[in-house]
Design a protein around this ligand. Sequence first.
Ligand SMILES: [Zn+2]
Length: 455
Amino acid sequence: MAPTRFADIAWPSARRYWIVNARVPACLLNDASAFTARDVEDQALADILIENGAFARIEPSSDTRDGLVIDIGGRQLWPTLIDIHTHLDKGHTVERGPNPDGTFLNARIATANDRPNWTMPDLRRRMRFGLRCAEAHGVSAIRTHIDTYPETIERSWPVVRELREEWAGRIALQAVSLCPVDLLTGDYGDRVARTVAQAQGLLGGVTRPAEGDHAATPANIAEQLDRLFTLAARHDIDVDLHVDETHDPLAASLPHIAQAALRHGYKGRVTCGHCCSLAQQSESDIDRTLDLVAEAELSIVTLPTVNLYLQDRTQGRTPRWRGVTVVHEMLKRGIRVAAAGDNCRDSFYAYGDHDVFDTFRQAVRILHLDHPLTIAPALVGANPSRIGKLEGHGSLAVGQPARFVVFNARSLNELVSRPHADRIVFRDGERLVTQVPDYDELIEQDEPAEAVRVA
Ligand SMILES: [Zn+2]
């Protein structure tokens, strides 16, 4: 029989059906033990029964399936994915707050200048736009950092709570407070921790001073971190930090974070994003830090597209390094690492579409996650699923809602080689017909009075 053309597959809309001949990376199966026959890319050929919107059976392929059977001809079937580090509140401000030279310093300044425009309607519009893009691309869980400054906290966090409710069942939304950690020292720290706890969020921050870029670690970093962990522990909330996002090897807050996590009983409860400068330190310093990271069970998130864009940027000079942290060395030690999208069409990163599959494709190239590609899919699937305790996202498991994506590719090589804009996304066993929103939808419409109440 001639192989089925992707465009000719009749996607089901039924309470019960089998998808057969699905090629699944073993690292994206919650339980791969039954799949003893795997190909050179550690992929399994699976038959999947979907019943009442959930995965009822996930088994090695056989030719004895009953009822409605959809043969996808050995094409890739993935769980819906997780973008574990984003900034939905900054997204799509690139025209309004342009970065004149693309550097980190000017990104910071442009964002601060634009923040007064972040009214509640403006935040809702841009964040919804981002969520709709992500959903259309097959993302079902997002952790977003939220700029949390005295002038924005009252606007951003109510919008986060509202959107989390509005999107429940479509995209699981986690939120992390973001401001320089030295801002948390006074009463404001109590206010931030309270706000975050009420919204069931994570306490975050960036380990650079309020008035400056990432540079040499401040002398009182341990004190600042003690304050942050004390606040987190008081409300029993997890921690997610922006760490050492610079080429400067003197920026070395990561080992201090590991030590603080151990001091405060936060083993396994802390995520650190970026950690770029670690890659610029000596091998012995890297080793020492990774020992601590492993001991404190810190999770690491690498943001390859944004690191590539922002790091080593000087106008008129060709960049000499890729900006990413030491991912292979971390994985080798068993440290949990995820890759995520970070900024999208704002002053920190001018491009993007909230498509973590695109982040994955770029991560493979930027970080050399290939030859073999075996474990690369876990960085946007199973690993962030564990980091965010996001069961049912990023990994296929019996009993979980049937959220998955089918790509017109058989091998991982075919998968990584094309953007796959024609991928088919399923939610609760039903094909999503949603498309990415038109950019027109970002245009400000007539807004309610609350828009003008902002000082
Ligand atoms: Zn970030």
